[in-house]
Design a binder for this molecule. Structure first.
Ligand code: SF4
Length: 407
């Protein structure tokens, strides 16, 4: 895979050494067991895959290069480039401004932009409406485009389904930038509706099988369907695509469920289901699959707790947390500084969207095992920071330097 020029502050010699060693031993990426870092009283099991993905490195390279090559110019990002506060703050520190917040609220009015301003499209991509808005202002919309190719692949899939007259069901978070962009691109070609989880998929199914009257649809799915959507006519032929960072098991469950509903409602068989249900595989990206499978592999090991590092508004990171929480006490932190001491930690409760404090998070045992991973927008330097911080509570920080020299 292509390598990118990412600022060295985001890299970690220690993590790079570990990742390179694993890569050499397992070039086909078949081994999802974690890497064991045994420091005696503390044992860290590091997920096989974690950290910056292709799309994030690509976006970082383009954004920082654009800043370097355009001194004196006003540079804007449509919204947060990726969901990591460290990277976003570094860009803000270099004078870049965000036009919208992550929910699409305007921070910089369109009227204040000028034709010679630079506007960078983030890794999530953007809506066709925003592209048109930029063009109206005389700004070439795709000149500084960091949209991840794996997101564009979802748009292409939606377009293909739409051309065959299937309505597109997008499994995604309705307010997430990527889902808003996918919705916009999909609805340009075919009726489109967003479902955020299996519960909403079940609700949608009640309109497919006629349990609910079509006119109830518009309130229940307010803000999640394309203009002119006809709940009676537009749910006769459907296909499912998804936000690239959803939970793989949930996406699969939704697609399987809707397929079953179509078969039962329209009396279809395995041979004829394609008449009304587009045959799509999920549109999760490789990084989501690798990172979630690596967490599943890591969770097979007995451990005392899990730590997941990443931005609190990062979708892919929250799904790693969700997987870990099923089995272990799990602490979702955005940086090593959130580990206050060997007993206290401030961490994010993503279910209730608030930071909470826990005491005695490290159990009092002669030897503890911690599972550690991070999201696709988290710099490896932060994961190294967490390892060093944990080691410092045992007077073992020097062990991290020894590890960094493995090759
Ligand atoms: S998580 Fe996947 S889709 Fe998103 S930027 Fe990374 S590679 Fe691209």
């Amino acid at each position: 895979m292509k390598t990118f020029n990412v600022p060295v502050i985001y890299r970690s010699p220690l993590i790079s050494a570990i990742k390179n060693q694993r890569k050499q031993e397992d070039r086909m990426k078949k081994d999802f067991t974690p890497t064991e870092l045994d420091f005696g009283p503390i044992r860290i099991l590091l997920a096989r895959h974690f950290g910056f993905c292709y799309g994030v490195e690509n976006a970082i390279e383009i954004a920082f290069k654009t800043v370097d090559e355009n001194p004196g110019k006003r540079i804007f990002l449509l919204s947060e480039m990726i969901h990591n506060p460290h990277v976003n703050n570094d860009l803000l520190g270099r004078g870049v401004q965000f036009i919208m917040d992550t929910s699409g609220n305007q921070l910089v009015p369109w009227e204040s932009l000028q034709h010679d301003d630079i506007v960078i499209i983030p890794a999530f991509g953007t809506t066709l409406e925003t592209e048109r808005q930029l063009a109206l202002l005389g700004i070439e919309p795709l000149k500084y485009n960091t949209t991840c190719p794996f997101v564009e692949r979802v748009w292409n899939k939606a377009e293909q389904i739409g051309k065959k007259n299937y309505t597109v069901i997008v499994h995604g978070k309705p307010k997430h930038e990527e889902t808003r962009a996918t919705f916009s691109h999909s609805q340009a070609g075919t009726p489109t509706v967003v479902v955020k989880d299996i519960k909403e998929a079940a609700l949608l199914a009640e309109f497919i099988n006629g349990q609910r009257k079509p006119d109830e649809f518009y309130d229940l799915f307010k803000g999640q369907y394309s203009p002119g959507f006809d709940a009676a006519a537009d749910l006769q032929r459907v296909g499912v695509v998804n936000q690239t960072t959803m939970l793989a098991t949930e996406t699969q469950a939704i697609a399987d469920y809707i397929r079953q509903v179509m078969m039962a409602t329209f009396g279809l068989t395995e041979a004829t289901v394609g008449e009304r249900f587009a045959d799509t595989r999920d549109t999760l990206c490789y990084a989501t699959n690798d990172n979630q499978t690596a967490v599943t592999g890591m969770l097979l090991e007995p451990a005392d707790l899990a730590i997941v590092v990443g931005g609190y508004n990062s979708s892919n990171t929250s799904h790693l947390v969700e997987l870990c929480e099923e089995k272990l006490p799990t602490y979702f932190i955005s940086s090593p500084e959130h580990i206050l001491s060997g007993s206290a930690i401030n961490h994010w409760d993503f279910h209730h969207k608030r930071e909470i404090s826990s005491n005695s998070f490290l159990p009092e045992k002669d030897r503890i095992t911690i599972l550690l991973t991070s999201g696709a927008s988290c710099p490896d330097a932060l994961v190294e920071g967490v390892i060093r911080r944990l080691l410092s509570f045992y007077g073992l920080e020097h062990k991290a330097d020894e590890l960094a020299t493995i090759d």
